[in-house]
Design a protein. Sequence first.
Length: 277
Amino acid sequence: MSLTEQELATLKERAASIRCQIADVTGWSGGAHIGGSLSMVDILTLLYWKYLRIDPANPAWEDRDRFVLSKGHGGVGHAVVLAERGYFDKAALREFNETGSMLGMHLDSNKVPGCDASTGSMGHGLSQAVGMALGARVLKKEWRVFCMIGDGESNEGSIWEAAMAAAHYKLDNLIVIQDRNHLMIDGPTEEVMSLEPLPDKWRAFGFETREVNGHDLPALAEAFEFAIAHKGSPVMLVCDTIKGKGVEFMEGKPEWHYGGLNAEQIAKAKASIENKG
């Protein structure tokens, strides 16, 4: 088993706390991309507290692993994770998306400690991650690059151009994570622009591909350990997730791609998260 019982309990507790903080920040800011932030929490919790080689006290450490959030609409979730991990004071979350704040709706790598790539326009993060992985090879460094992409942004041709390059250069220091929550701002992905058979497409593009429940921490841990050990090609982990995960009145509903929360809704969201935890 990749996780001890104590690790699993601690990670579950932390993931629930992060989800509750995302609800708070969404309320404070007047609105945020909450649905897709909640869907990725379990994945990011596992990455940032077990697998990423990072040093929050030294965010610019040259030999750190890189994480690129290509699905920039998850910015509020990423901000909470970075604050929780100790990259900056949690008090900054109170100013999320305010004029003059370092924390915009889409995180800026020039302003936010721990943010390795500025993303917002969908489909561009994977190209940046490919460049970082190639850079490690040129510099003879051992850092890995983890890149999370959304299924909505997988409509973009730039995603598939980057995929071709990653496979061509056999970037086995690149691990791509597909947050497959099946929804985008316009509705279900399969109605807007069909992606299936998605895992087979990634295999055809030259990625060693595994499918995993994106909310099952032990299964995710096994998938990450496989991806880290794999040699000879980039890896794709297609993570089946639920948009709005943890908040019953948001789960699986495209209208919660973006939204605000009042005090009553925050309390209801937190109660749902704590009950599910």
